[in-house]
Design a protein around this ligand. Structure first.
Ligand code: ATP
Ligand code: ZN
Length: 488
């Protein structure tokens, strides 16, 4: 039997939803069902929180076309309480994320993001405090420092990502001194990847006073959470495939029990979608359809942007993008990262929306002037991660690459041709690339210091115009990038 000052707290959580708004279209249950589950719980109890652990405002046309505003509207309608920003939430720039934070009825929190190097000056609220039945619950936001190199440098200009473990400890100390919270919950976009420098596991190990970590970024589906150093870490996969639930039992203002679970899409099969959300999504889409449904041309073949293909070799879509770049830039060759090309297009009519879906990162075309040896260095760099599906793998126009995949990284490029001739190390070439790479994104540091000779239009616009101009396209994979295996 519950004592008078016992409290049952229910926390719903999502992460890495990446604008997979609707059920049916994607593998997830969609936000209308999530809303129904939240509303049902809120009808029964006031002690319900809804949390998002980042990567929400970006990823599909419905979000990208309006720079995240639609997601803010949907999250408001569901009644989210708090969120921490994911790396992709910076894709429209920090200024836009601040605007989104104004649009949301809940705060976007990050205790380890500061203005410049000033560790006291926060662009986003570091945390949030809620009091329920006299129990004080503090939330601390933790963003991934990987953002600083995973997004375009301009998107994080003026802000610094601090060590999340140190920042968390500092916030805990400050809270305990000033606010004396009963429960401390970290909302983090750090994840549990082995390859990450800072993970939520590190936070659990090193910051003792944290009671629960609601996590994202590594897309783990933790069915019952993972307990590290007595701290439960919960994560709900991705794309609304699950709604995470944590039931907390608090006695005498102390957390005495927590039970984590995931409501899977399958388990939510019979949940009725919330008509309020369905209606809101329809309204948003009708407004957007006016723009995105415009047919710009036709393709006689499927345009291949599948991650596993485009990040390991030449594809016809990569060639199309590179050729379109050359049509709009005054350049000898085009070199663009496959990670910027994010989806395929089926055979048939092509709409404006298709192009925005494939090229959602707001890139524009930049022409850099460099010596042949720098171009070779850049190509060599693009091959370093092969055969891993990493975004740096190049797609090219008006040049061809033959590389030896048996050689160690850094020594793979064999032949590089421009206009059918070997690249000359000391000759200058004008290389059309995108603004991300031009700024050293994906590790293309060698491009950063070369002279910028042209800044052209947006990449998506350029590709749209290129297709409009041709009417029907049938790009092929025509041997621009060839991989061979040789022992020496
Ligand atoms: P997630 O957080 O969704 O798990 P991720 O961002 O860690 O994914 P990827 O989906 O591989 O991982 O995306 C990263 C890649 O996207 C980068 O390596 C780069 O190739 C590409 N990319 C990111 N931002 C830009 C940009 N502004 N312009 C061009 N390409 C970009
Ligand atoms: Zn992420």
């Amino acid at each position: 039997t519950a004592a008078a000052d016992d409290l049952q707290l229910k926390i719903f959580h999502t992460n890495d939803t990446h604008a997979r708004v609707e059920a049916g279209k994607y593998a997830g249950m969609g936000f209308a069902k999530i809303s129904s589950l939240v509303k049902e719980a809120r009808n029964e109890s006031d002690n319900v929180f809804v949390i998002d652990a980042g990567d929400a405002f970006h990823g599909q046309i419905i979000a990208n076309l309006v720079e995240g505003k639609s997601i803010a509207q949907i999250y408001n309608a569901i009644g989210y309480d708090v969120m921490t920003p994911g790396n992709h939430d910076f894709n429209y720039g920090v200024k836009r994320l601040k605007e989104l934070n104004e649009m949301t009825d809940f705060p976007v929190i990050a205790a380890n993001i500061t203005n410049k190097d000033d560790t006291q000056d926060y662009p986003f609220p570091p945390g949030e405090i809620k009091t329920i039945d006299g129990v004080k619950i503090a939330f601390i936001g933790l963003a991934t420092p990987e953002t600083a190199y995973k997004t375009h440098p301009k998107n994080v200009q003026g802000i610094t990502f601090q060590d999340p473990i140190q920042s968390a400890q500092k916030m805990v100390d400050r809270l305990q001194k000033q606010e004396n919270p009963d429960i401390i919950i970290a909302v983090s976009h750090l994840g549990l990847s082995e390859g990450s420098k800072y993970t939520s596991a590190d936070v659990a190990k090193k910051v003792d006073a944290i009671d629960l970590i609601v996590d994202g970024h590594s897309h783990h589906e933790l069915k019952e959470g993972r307990v590290i150093n007595d701290t439960p870490i919960v994560m709900a996969g991705e794309h609304t495939k699950n709604l995470g639930v944590v039931n907390l039992t608090i006695e005498n203002k102390k957390l005495v029990n927590s039970e984590a679970n995931l409501i899977t899409k399958k388990e939510a099969a019979d949940v009725k979608p919330d008509p309020e959300i369905t209606k809101l999504v329809q309204e948003i889409k009708q407004e957007q359809d006016k723009i995105t449904s415009e047919v710009i041309g036709k393709t006689a073949v499927e345009l291949n942007g599948a991650r596993a293909n485009i990040r390991t070799g030449e594809t016809n879509l990569g060639n199309l993008v590179a050729d379109a770049m050359l049509s709009a830039a005054d350049a000898d060759v085009a070199l663009t990262n496959s990670g910027g090309i994010r989806d395929s297009i089926a055979q048939g009519e092509i709409t404006k929306g298709d192009i925005i879906r494939v090229l959602p990162l707001g890139n524009y075309v930049v022409v850099k002037k460099m010596k042949g040896k720098t171009l070779m260095e850049a190509v060599e760099h693009g091959l370093t991660q092969y055969p891993a599906h990493e975004g740096l793998f190049p797609q090219v126009g008006n040049m061809s690459i033959i590389f030896n995949r048996s050689k160690p990284a850094g020594d793979r490029g064999m032949f590089l041709h421009v206009n059918g001739e070997f690249v000359k190390p000391n000759k200058y070439y004008r290389v059309a690339t995108n603004d991300f790479m031009a700024a050293g994104g994906d590790g293309y540091d060698m491009l950063k210091d070369t002279e910028t000779v042209q800044e052209a239009d947006g990449l998506a616009e350029i590709v749209i115009d290129y297709i409009k101009d041709k009417g029907t396209i049938a790009p092929t994979q025509n041997g621009r990038i060839l991989s061979v295996a040789k022992d020496n």
